[in-house]
Design a protein around this ligand. Sequence first.
Ligand SMILES: Nc1ncnc2c1ncn2[C@@H]1O[C@H](COP(=O)(O)OP(=O)(O)OP(=O)(O)O)[C@@H](O)[C@H]1O
Ligand SMILES: [Zn+2]
Length: 470
Amino acid sequence: MTEIWLHNTRTRKKERFAPIDRENVRMYVCGPTVYDRAHLGNARPVVVFDVLYRLLRHVYGADHVRYVRNFTDVDDKINATALARKETGADGSLEDLIRERTEETIGWYLSDMAALGAMEPTDMPRATGFIPQMIEMIEGLIESGHAYAAEGHVLFRVRSYQAYGALSGRSVDDMIAGARVEVAPYKEDPMDFVLWKPSTDELPGWDSPWGRGRPGWHIECSAMSYDLLGESFDIHGGGNDLMFPHHENEIAQSCCAHPEGGFAKVWLHNEMLQVEGKKMSKSLGNFFTVHDLLEQGVPGEVIRFVFLGTHYRKPMDWTEQKRREAEKTLRKWRTQLDGVESQAVKPNLEIVDAVADDLNTPLAISILHRLSAEGRLEELFASLRFLGIGSDWKDGLRADVETHVDGYVAALIEALLTDRTEARKAKDFARADALRDGFAAAGLIVKDTPQGAEWEMGPDFDAAKLEALK
Ligand SMILES: Nc1ncnc2c1ncn2[C@@H]1O[C@H](COP(=O)(O)OP(=O)(O)OP(=O)(O)O)[C@@H](O)[C@H]1O
Ligand SMILES: [Zn+2]
């Protein structure tokens, strides 16, 4: 049986993975706050943990893995988005607008992530569906002295949990020095964090022993993972931007509420997708969405392939060059694999082992290239499926993939037409003529109109010939 090794953030070591119960391997990954479209950075953990999910299913059997990824649908950012819409005159109560916004965002998220070849987790709980469980956990924490109520708030008493900070390896005092902790009159200690807070009349709220209010973000994950996976489970994942405070707080809450449990055994964190050395993030405004890229005609599997080219514990940039290379490789393989049937063939063992070695997907990709070069096409096909690339090449996704390719070709044509306009402007007639002849040779019919060039693919249209014109 394949041995899986994973780098555990908690111990800072690569450890051999041994599930608590091999019949029921359990993983929890922090999901998105649903107030806006997912940016490309948000997609990275989705792809990383999808690769792990597929590996676990491969090793332990598809029916023996439970993968939970939540939707945070209670949050000030969601409320702010809905309030802004209400202020611009949108119909409906604030509650309706909030629900509309979260439903819409969840729909976008699921279709964008499906386009990246990510399987849906077995469970996708929403925070609003687990409020009673959160209240129950908070009550328990108050009873055991780990939390206290003050002015409609409930706070977690950080100093009551000795091991606080162990995940990121920092002491409470270091963390206070480094973090922007909020000082508030109702806090015993600035480090204490909110489990429950009061709601105003118009904001979403639930009745609780502390008045009408809403949960803090961290308690959501503790309550949902306990309800669905129990007091101890195998793997907890998320981006490394969540390590502190979110994951430290989850650990503190869960370990104090269920001291016998131990919560998650292995903690896995993906590094960030960056833009010029900085985390891609909404607050920095340096982001583009997955949807933007798909709309531009970049196939989802190309995005996935680019992600897999960098190890999950290394920061990465999205670059045009990586996109182009991934697209070229996948096109080549697609042509090579035309007509190959291999439902019964297993993925290449070295590739499975590479993924099992702390998700070494760059190594897996180099082996894919070797299989292609050696013409081991059935293995190549099965291994791509295992990595979630073109997993449905033979089935329904084919048409979808073709529209993506069409999008790519359309973008290419537009780029070449711009190129021609610029060549004409610069009086580079040699280039302009070469493009005109090239279009004709590729079977592309171009008509110049006062509104700009219009084009149409003729009966002998050949995209490969256009490619050569770049
Ligand atoms: N640039 C990034 N690279 C990789 N993962 C990221 C990046 N930004 C966010 N994530 C991950 O995306 C997931 C969803 O996070 P969340 O919904 O909190 O993001 P957000 O608050 O919408 O985004 P941002 O961090 O841009 O404000 C988390 O697992 C988080 O670690
Ligand atoms: Zn979480």
